[in-house]
Design a protein around this ligand. Structure first.
Ligand code: NAP
Length: 297
């Protein structure tokens, strides 16, 4: 029996683990993929108070090591179900705790194009920091208009021969600072009011079909970086949590779900701002509340 099981080893989950371990609790973190969450995709983090600049990978690695030093127990398994009496069932077994913190974050939104999943690792990527180097000297496209897309385009412009930035509107969500930087890159071509309608190639991506003003054109690219936002995957928690129309977990007083002893932290819950700062805030709060409620039982 664990005191707290934390599902997800991104910044929210690892921060919850840090707080719980430092309070001498028996903690298990269960992670489906690898630690770090979405932040590992950030080329540079410059808005975390007290740190001038750090890469997302370094931030995640530092945090992981910090939690490891406190005695972290982590299992790389996929959670399939959580019961209201705090049993967490994975593909490999089941684990019981007094409290569960769901910190599963979000997943990359897909374009849902035919061949999109087939071409992952064969030209299609959702992480420029992870895969950009495979496209050294090549031609790539980035799809999206938020901070991630612009940062990806900036990062890739320093590696690739040419970068197309394709966005479905003529206004960006990204911060002006990044856009200004992008406009100074002479190997970036911005294509606005455009959507990608097809991915072409046999066993790897060779070109993309772009639709603009009712006309379609094929653009030859070696790689496509899809940066069209994220979405939660909370279907498996439907028995213990309510979700909103977009699938985010509805919480009250920040981290409480509708089930006693089950909390949600980080990007996976309904919130105004999804940032590193708010993820770690949620993680610390969820662990602290879980511990307090355990004590008061
Ligand atoms: P985002 O801000 O939600 O932007 C997603 C972009 O993808 C939008 O431009 C959206 O277009 C477009 N899009 C959505 N669905 C699409 C579809 N089906 N087809 C084509 N385009 C589609 O996501 P994000 O850029 O990943 O950023 C997520 C959060 O992390 C934001 O709060 C962001 O500020 C933050 N972030 C911060 C930093 C930083 O501070 N350094 C870095 C990265 C991310 P529309 O604009 O038309 O809706």
């Amino acid at each position: 029996m664990y005191d707290i099981i934390i599902i997800g080893a991104g910044p929210a989950g690892l921060t919850a683990a840090l707080y719980a371990l430092r309070a001498n609790k028996k903690v298990l973190v269960i992670e489906a993929k690898s630690y770090g969450g979405q932040i590992i995709k950030a080329n540079k983090v410059e808005n975390y108070p007290g740190i001038d600049t750090i890469s997302g990978v370094d931030f995640a690695t530092n945090l992981f090591k910090q939690v490891e030093a406190q005695g972290l127990e982590i299992k790389y398994e996929t959670v399939e179900r959580v019961t209201s009496d705090k049993e967490v069932i994975t593909g490999n077994g089941s684990y019981k705790a007094k409290a569960v913190i769901i910190a599963t974050g979000v997943e990359n939104r897909k374009l849902n194009l035919p061949k999109e999943s087939t071409f992952v690792g064969k030209g299609v990527s959702y992480c420029a920091t992870c895969d950009g180097n495979f496209f050294k000297g090549k031609i790539v496209a980035v799809n999206g208009g938020g901070n991630t897309a612009i940062e990806d385009a900036l990062y890739l412009a320093d590696i690739c021969k040419k970068v197309y930035l394709i966005h479905r509107r003529d206004e960006f969500r990204a911060e002006a600072k990044y856009l200004k930087e992008l406009k100074n890159k002479n190997n970036v071509e911005i294509i606005l009011n455009a959507t990608i309608t097809n991915l072409n190639g046999d066993d790897h991506l060779e070109s993309i079909t772009v639709s603009r003003e009712n006309k379609e054109e094929n653009i030859k690219v070696d790689g496509l970086f899809i940066a069209v936002g994220q979405e939660p995957k909370n279907e498996i928690f439907a028995n213990v949590c309510d979700v909103n129309e977009y699938g985010y977990i509805i919480t009250h007083d920040e981290v409480y779900t509708k089930t006693l002893g089950i909390y949600a932290a980080g990007d996976t819950r309904v919130k105004v701002l999804r940032q590193l700062t708010t993820a770690v805030s949620d993680g610390s709060l969820a662990a602290t509340i879980a511990i307090k409620e355990m004590r008061e039982k």
